[in-house]
Design a protein around this ligand. Structure first.
Ligand SMILES: *Cc1c(COP(=O)(O)O)cnc(C)c1O
Length: 380
C-alpha cells in the first residue's frame, strides 16, 4: 500500500496544470513581473470573492498582518490582544508592526480566542486592537469580539490565513472586522506556487494606507510620504491565484467532505474531535484531533500515536507545539509581551493537538485507512 503523506500539492494542482502553464506563458510574454495587470486583476477578483470593497495584494500572509496593523496607525507600542494558541506569524507580525502582543486564552472546544479573556486583557492592558485568528478554518466568535471592541473602542483585525471560505451565520470570515489578512502560502485553502498574501477591507482611507505602506510609503513613485516596506505580490503568483480562485468553493467543499469522513470514522475513538461552532461552516484548513483526556496533558499519548501512524505510512503534523507565551524569545520579565496569568488550556492544546492528512484530492479510502490505523492504535 502506498503511503499517505501529511500534505501533497501536486494532486491538488494536476487539474489546473494546463491553466497554470498558460498563466505563466501570459506573464512571460508580457515581460512585466511586478505591479502589473495580474496583481490588480487578482485584487479586484479577490475583493469580490471575499465580499469586501477592496483588496491590496502583498508578498505573504505575515506581511498582510503587519500592513493591516500598521495601516491602523496606532501609537508605537500599542497592545494588541491575540490568542496564545496560534501560528507564530501572528505574534511576529504584531512585533514587526511596532506593537506589543497580549496573549488571551482560547475557548474550548473551538480553539479560537476566548472573548471573555480578550475582554479582560483589553481592559487590564489598555489594548488598542484585537487580532481574531480563525484557527484551522474555525470562525472566531465574531459577534462577541465585536462587542468587546465596541465597548473599549478597539480595532478588530481578522487573520484569515487559514479561513478562506469559512463562514459564520452565512457571512464570510474576513467581513466582520475592519481589516482582514490572508496568506496564499501553497498549502493554504487558496494557495499560490510560492509566497503571496493580501489585505481586504471596506474603508478607502485604509486601502490607501496599505498601498502606501507596501511600497516605501511612495506617492507618487520615488516620493515617500511615510516610512514603508517592500511587500508586493508578483505577477506570476497573481496569475496563478486568479485561476485557483475560481476553484475555491470546490476546494473548500472537498475539505469539508473529508473532514466529515474523519469525524464519522473516529467517533468511537477516545480522541477529541473538532467541533464546529454553531452557525459555522468550518473550512478545515487543518483537521486537528486531540490525543489524551480532557483533564491531563498527554504528550506521550500523542507521541505514541504519531509513531504508530508513521509505521503505517501515515504522515501527521503538530500545529502548534509551543504557545505564544511559551516561546523562548519571550523570556521571563520581558517588557514586550503581556497576557493572562493562566493560559493552561493553550498549553494543554499544544501538548495534545495532532493534524491528520487532509487536502483536496486525498482519496476517501485513504481517510478510511487513517481512521482504521487510529482505531487499531486504541484497540478498536
Ligand atoms: C500561514 C499563516 C500566516 C502567515 O502567512 P505566510 O504567508 O506564511 O506569511 C499567518 N497567520 C496564520 C494563522 C497562518 O496560518
Amino acid at each position: 500500500m502506498t503511503d499517505i503523506p501529511f500534505g501533497a500539492l501536486s494532486p491538488q494542482l494536476a487539474a489546473d496544470e494546463d491553466g497554470l502553464r498558460a498563466a505563466y506563458e501570459r506573464v512571460f510574454a508580457r515581460g512585466w513581473f511586478l505591479n502589473g495587470p495580474e496583481a490588480s486583476g487578482f485584487e479586484e477578483e479577490f475583493a469580490a470573492a471575499t465580499e469586501r470593497s477592496w483588496c491590496a495584494a502583498c508578498a505573504n500572509g505575515t506581511d498582510a498582518l503587519v500592513l493591516a496593523l500598521a495601516a491602523l496607525d496606532m501609537p508605537p507600542e500599542s497592545r494588541v490582544v491575540l490568542p496564545a494558541f496560534t501560528a507564530p506569524p501572528c505574534y511576529h507580525a504584531v512585533l514587526a508592526a511596532g506593537c506589543i502582543p497580549v496573549f488571551a486564552e482560547v475557548e474550548e472546544p473551538y480553539y479560537t480566542i476566548d472573548p471573555q479573556s480578550a475582554r479582560r486583557m483589553a481592559e487590564s492592558t489598555g489594548a488598542r486592537a484585537i487580532l481574531a485568528v480563525h484557527l484551522y478554518g474555525q470562525p472566531c466568535d465574531m459577534p462577541a469580539l465585536a462587542e468587546v471592541c465596541d465597548e473599549f473602542g478597539l480595532h478588530l483585525v481578522e487573520d484569515c490565513a487559514q479561513a478562506h471560505g469559512t463562514r459564520l451565520d452565512g457571512r464570510l470570515a474576513g467581513t466582520f472586522g475592519e481589516l482582514a489578512a490572508y496568506s496564499f502560502y501553497p498549502t493554504k485553502n487558496l494557495g499560490a506556487l510560492g509566497d503571496a498574501g493580501a489585505v481586504t477591507g471596506d474603508r478607502d482611507s485604509l486601502d490607501e494606507r496599505v498601498r502606501l505602506l507596501r511600497q516605501y510609503g511612495e506617492n507618487p513613485r520615488y516620493v515617500s510620504v511615510m516610512p514603508g516596506m517592500n511587500s508586493r505580490m508578483d505577477e506570476l503568483q497573481a496569475a496563478f491565484l486568479r485561476l485557483r480562485l475560481t476553484r475555491l468553493d470546490e476546494l473548500v467543499t472537498a475539505r469539508r467532505r473529508l473532514a466529515s469522513l474523519y469525524t464519522a470514522g473516529l467517533a468511537e475513538t477516545p480522541l477529541i474531535l473538532p467541533v464546529e461552532r454553531p452557525g459555522a461552516e468550518h473550512s478545515y484548513h487543518l483537521y486537528v484531533v486531540r490525543a489524551g483526556t480532557r483533564e491531563e496533558s498527554s504528550q506521550d499519548e500523542r507521541a505514541r500515536l504519531i509513531r504508530h501512524l508513521s509505521e503505517k505510512g501515515v504522515g501527521t503534523a503538530v500545529h502548534y507545539p509551543v504557545p505564544g507565551h511559551k516561546q523562548p524569545m519571550f523570556g521571563l520579565g520581558r517588557a514586550d509581551v503581556d497576557g493572562e496569568m493562566d493560559l493552561s488550556f493553550s498549553e494543554r492544546l499544544a501538548n495534545q493537538a495532532l493534524s491528520l492528512p487532509l487536502w483536496p484530492g486525498l482519496a476517501e479510502t485513504d481517510v478510511e485507512r487513517v481512521c482504521a490505523a487510529i482505531r487499531e492504535f486504541y484497540g478498536l
